[in-house]
Design a protein around this ligand. Structure first.
Ligand code: GUN
Length: 292
């Protein structure tokens, strides 16, 4: 078996095109604000991409750049201003934050109706309950869309998620067990304390890996014919490249691709889907605002 490459660039572009059409039909301009504290290089790249995608979809984009020395009160005040701004329908604070800031307090300060990352406890609760008014975190939502739009059957499949983060692993489990399209799977969530990880991952029909360790999932850990979704984006040194590094996933792509029925590459797999779904959520926020 040789794996189909699941093309997140093409699928993401398709979804962004659909969003752009719906923005035109909406009659108001959805606005997304992204708050970046400090100068983390990877975060700067992500934030620029989010702003650009927003503008290309006909949305209003604001990036609030705050110095790494910003204190908790300063960051909360910036969030309060965005909560009160009628031109802003969705907002997010790019993570990770500098160590002196308390992420939980910051996330809880965002108006749940504008929390397009879906990280506020209100939205986490709604997603667990299957309430469609909740915002689904963009990465697992993008993975679910990728499965649906690629014709991959989740009903009755054993989906194994490696990693229990609040951004990916936990909401991924919630989405895959729901009763609906891209759901109805039997879900196992593994983490750093799981015993005999390989035995569990080998039983997966759909394997979602989000642990942040380069090429950690090897061919021996994957069943022939499995669908493999690699969420990892890791920089590894590579002197042959101009930048001195290249990006690899959490899965050993070269070894696993020949076994898999479908697999996401890194880059060009899950990443572009995440940005597309952030736009979908911003559109959802703007639409919901029209109803009040
Ligand atoms: N850092 C890595 N992924 C994300 C994300 O989806 N949202 C935010 N706000 N920060 C992140």
């Amino acid at each position: 078996m040789s794996g189909v490459r699941l093309d997140g660039v093409a699928l993401g572009k398709q979804i962004r095109g659909e969003v752009a059409e719906q923005v035109v039909a909406l009659g108001i301009t959805p606005g997304l604000a992204v708050v970046l504290v400090g100068e983390d290089p990877a975060s700067q790249v992500y934030v620029r991409s989010k702003g650009r995608a927003c503008e290309q979809a006909g949305m209003h984009s604001e990036t609030i750049r705050l110095p790494a020395t910003t204190n908790q009160a300063g960051l909360l005040a910036a969030i309060d201003r965005l909560n009160a701004d009628p031109a802003i329908h969705g907002m997010l604070v790019q993570l990770p934050l500098p160590d002196h800031l308390d992420t939980d307090t910051v996330i809880r300060r965002i108006d749940p109706a504008k929390d397009v990352d879906g990280f506020h406890p209100i939205n986490i609760g709604k997603v667990v309950l299957g309430d469609p008014t909740g915002f689904r975190p963009a990465t697992p939502y993008g993975i679910q869309q990728m499965l649906i739009r690629s014709g991959i059957e989740t009903t009755g499949a054993h989906a194994v998620i490696v990693g229990r983060s609040t951004i990916v692993g936990r909401p991924m489990a919630s989405l895959l067990i729901q009763n609906g399209p891209g759901g109805n799977a039997t879900v196992t969530t593994c983490h750093s304390r799981s015993k005999d990880l390989g035995a569990i991952t080998r039983s997966a029909d759909i394997l979602v890996v989000a642990i942040g360790r380069p090429r950690c999932v090897t061919a021996e850990m994957v069943k022939e014919g499995a669908v493999v979704i690699d969420v990892g984006i890791n920089r590894v040194e590579d002197a042959s490249t101009e930048r001195g590094y290249r990006l690899v996933g959490d899965v050993d792509f070269e070894a696993v691709a020949p076994l898999a029925s479908a697999i996401t590459p890194v880059p060009g797999g899950v990443g572009p889907m995440t940005i597309a779904m952030l736009l979908v959520n911003t559109l959802q926020a703007a639409r919901a605002g029209l109803r009040f």
